[in-house]
Write a protein that binds this ligand. Sequence first.
Ligand code: UD1
Length: 426
Amino acid sequence: MEKLVITGGKRLSGTIRISGAKNAALPLMCTALLTDKPVTLHNLPRLADITTLSDLLNHIGTTVTIVGRRKSNVVGRSLTFDTPEIHDTDAPYDIVRKMRASILVLGPLVAREGEAVVSLPGGCAIGNRPIDLHLKALEALGAKIEIQEGYVKATAPGGLKGGNVRFPFVSVGATENILMAATLAHGTTTIENAAREPEIADLAACLNSMGAKITGAGTETLTVEGVEKLHGTEYTVMPDRVEAGSYAVAALMTRGDVFLENANPDHMQAVLDTLQEAGGIVEIEENGIRVKANGHVKGFNIVTQPFPGFPTDMQAQFMALAAIADGASVITEAIFENRFMHVPELTRLGADITVTGSSATVRGVKSLRAAPVMATDLRASMSLALAGLVAEGETSVNRLYHLDRGYEHLEEKFRQVGAAVERVAT
Ligand code: UD1
């Protein structure tokens, strides 16, 4: 096992190149199951989740090949996913348990093969995360769903049929699953109350480049006219808005000045607004976003919401920022019911946080003190690393594998802008 050791007190300054988005890359990789022709994706981040999904696709019948060689190890890479035939419509527990997004193979497999057996997913322990919306949506397209011994079996022997799906609340993954499935269904599908996250628009654009007929991406109603076949494509993954937001918080917390190269401000308005409310200066430049501090950090309030609201994936990082703000902040988590597991760990670093139900009141303190802390999930781990950047002394963040699921070249990127961060074997 490895841990991250951070010596607090360094001001961050310089440029960080933002990687391709993990949460866009995962569904984009699954599009390869919808066609017997190769799908090449550029700007893929080197992350454990990408490897896990590659392993799963490979088990199903996809050959994954690295395209070309690049010198710099901070530039994302290109992979080709080629699935001339589906060898196995089963997604086994051993792979799926590592990552909840594995459920995204379900829709494409039923659409192409008329059958899929996928283990119920694992992933971050941020609450009870059912997949009922994914399953109901597939049923609306004519799939028969059975749950047996921890596996979901979906069958549609004559193929899926277009239908109307109306989600009772917004789900990113369920929207992605049904969007992919509907591309090969007979007839037209409408998806209402669809997620509007930029990753959905990225997926729809990629599918359309493969010959799908999707309209309405980025709005709450998607219309998909099913087609007989999809063809291969080459597509570039969008920049990671959560990675960009995380380093933006690091810039502000350390009273630094960091240019987030490649970050797209259109994907991050709610986060940029909150950074400014907290006293940060945000400058939109041609090829990215500059974030710098302007005196003290001020308290702010956030409520997590589906896009374009404030993203739940940035909640923990902003709690670290609130911990050192002048005044109090109220942070309400409205998407997941158990996403405050970073609170006791931030408290160990000296933060003053009171949780009542789904809201946390954070009273800013003058300084944090280093301590060994335990990462519990991906974004929570980042909040601890951020707190470590400003804590007095040496903070060690254990269970580094959580961070490796979502932050490409984490310690290199931190070091590039002057942080004192080491990866150490335990
Ligand atoms: C995706 C993101 C994750 C992010 C989340 C919310 C990926 C790989 N992951 O996760 O980083 O935190 O969106 O922005 O893109 N729900 C149900 N039934 C379902 C599906 C979801 O009750 O069938 C609930 C969830 O428990 C949660 C809420 O709906 O409370 C939103 O979850 P969802 O948008 O589906 O999240 P994911 O797609 O899993």
